[in-house]
Write a protein that binds this ligand. Sequence first.
Ligand SMILES: [Zn+2]
Length: 170
Amino acid sequence: MGAPTGGGGGGAAVLRGFDAPLEAWGPGHRGVDLAAGADAPVRSTLDGVVSFAGPVGGVPVVVVEHPGTGTPSLRSTYEPVVATVAPHARVTAGQVIGRLAAAPGGPGHCGALRGCLHWGLLRGERYLDPLRLLRRARHARLLPLLNGGGGGATARARAPAGAGEGPVSR
Ligand SMILES: [Zn+2]
């Protein structure tokens, strides 16, 4: 589990945060914008099934449904992303599902100079803050360390730099 951009390291820069609309169709920002260059690989945040891949109003969108996350189940959305997976395909957390597309017709969602991924999270028709998933993931990853004695921070500091193996590697 991790951010959809930034190589899965969870270090993706947030250009614009979530701003829940007061009314269903009122103004707001129904997702989070993550900095990413054109053609950057985009990853699914959680295990799931691709429920939609195609253009919506001229913008390529990928939607992944996540069974087992409640009723109705969570869906994550990624745009503008040209899918590299087919609808109904099963995907795992961290799997590349598409590539960031250039915004059609000039300045994109984040302005002309900055590319970005608009990442959304829904339960039914309700928009949620997708960054919640990352916070939850980080917490879950720390628990085994904290319970294993020595403390998470110490255990981390002792790990060799760049170690790609072990129970906490991604
Ligand atoms: Zn956005």
